[in-house]
Design a protein around this ligand. Structure first.
Ligand SMILES: Cc1cc2nc3c(=O)[nH]c(=O)nc-3n(C[C@H](O)[C@H](O)[C@H](O)COP(=O)(O)O)c2cc1C
Ligand SMILES: Nc1ncnc2c1ncn2[C@@H]1O[C@H](COP(=O)(O)OP(=O)(O)OP(=O)(O)O)[C@@H](O)[C@H]1O
Length: 324
């Protein structure tokens, strides 16, 4: 898989491709279904599959507030790579790019730069300045210029809901983790490098690994049972807090910190993946660190009991007995 940053880095071997365009935030089941179609076509025609993504995502650039992000670029690249994409073309979304008219986007980028043969899009896909471009325009120009446009049917979940990144963000904000997982088709996770915190955690008896969020805002908030990947060859059980830590700081900056339940090791500079499994409670203000300490102790008991239950369920399934 090749990662190409910017239109100026397109090379002749990227031309004549099967293309799709979008944010692919979360890499949910709708995205997965779309990419399966491209892969099928690639296997028949032996043309490269190119996915055009944007960084920052358009909504992040165009909105005044920090928009919520499901998947960071690094994880998005991994998902797309496992879906068999040949080239990720990552475009810097800025004022100049946002102003490109839909017609010029097709003419100057899809045709001149990429010489697309097939363009696959979902039925709600819009592009170009003021989102004026759509399937009909693509199809019309494609007919004259010799490329095909395939609009794939909307992928719905079992409850007949359209799967979208927006629906998943809403599910997570509303604490519906299992629902979000159902829409995603995989667990909700965040990965990042462990950076230095204020080191108060260690002093209060709960050392925490602070995961860098690089200014991105997570859709979740509160205390969670988590599994942590990237430290040993099996996932480690932990408890995480996502929030602003009102008890110890007056800053309004969201942080993700993880306390490992059974391992005490220096995690600085590790790149870890945190999988969120269940919410324990909301983050709260406590009138003293002592009370917070007591609360965290009781959170840990809850999380341990959650993992015990999960282990028991797994054991019962392994033995072929139906859990009641
Ligand atoms: C399981 C857990 C629950 C937490 N809950 C809260 C909370 O409800 N309110 C709060 O102000 N801080 C909460 N914190 C954050 C602590 O204040 C924080 O871990 C401590 O300040 C250490 O920060 P540091 O790693 O930057 O030194 C929680 C931390 C953990 C690990
Ligand atoms: N449920 C779905 N079924 C079919 N195609 C989809 C589905 N969701 C997204 N797509 C298509 O996948 C491509 C990338 O989508 P993109 O990530 O930009 O949108 P999205 O998932 O609907 O996110 P948002 O909710 O932020 O609009 C687009 O062509 C889009 O139409």
């Amino acid at each position: 898989m090749e990662f190409v940053r910017g239109l100026h880095n397109i090379k002749s071997h990227h031309k004549g491709c099967i293309l799709t365009i979008g944010n692919f935030d979360g890499f949910h089941r709708g995205h997965q279904a779309l990419l399966k179609k491209l892969q099928k076509k690639r296997n028949i025609l032996k043309l490269p599959v190119v996915v055009m993504i944007f960084e920052p995502q358009p909504k992040e650039y165009l909105s005044n507030i920090i928009a919520i992000r499901l998947t960071r670029l690094r994880d998005k690249v991994n998902y797309l790579c496992t879906a068999g994409v040949d080239v990720i073309l990552c475009i810097t979304f800025n004022k100049k790019f946002a102003a490109i008219e839909a017609y010029n986007f097709i003419k100057n980028i899809l045709i001149s730069k990429l010489d697309v043969r097939f363009v696959y899009i979902g039925d709600d896909f819009r592009f170009g300045a003021f989102r004026k471009g759509d399937f009909i325009l693509l199809k019309k120009i494609g007919k004259n210029e010799g490329f095909k446009v395939i609009r794939i049917a909307t992928y719905f979940d079992e409850n007949n809901r359209r799967i979208s990144s927006t629906a998943i963000r809403v599910a997570l904000v509303e604490n519906r983790i299992l629902d979000a997982e159902l829409l995603l088709g995989h667990s909700y996770c965040i990965s990042g490098r462990v950076v230095h915190g204020d080191e108060l955690g260690r002093r209060i008896g709960f050392p925490t690994a602070n995961v860098s969020l690089q200014g991105k805002r997570l859709p979740i908030h509160g205390v969670y049972a988590v599994e942590v990947y990237g430290i040993s060859n099996h996932p480690l059980q932990g408890i995480a807090n996502v929030g602003i830590r009102p008890t110890v700081t007056g800053k309004n900056q969201q942080k993700l910190e993880v306390h490992l339940l059974n391992v005490s090791t220096n995690l600085y500079t590790y790149h870890i993946k945190v999988v969120f499994l269940a919410k324990i409670r909301d983050e709260q203000y406590f009138s003293s660190v002592k009370i917070l300490q007591r609360q965290i102790k009781s959170d840990i008991i809850k999380v341990r009991s959650y993992f015990n239950k999960i282990n028991n369920i797994n054991k019962i399934y392994k033995n072929g007995i139906i859990y009641k």
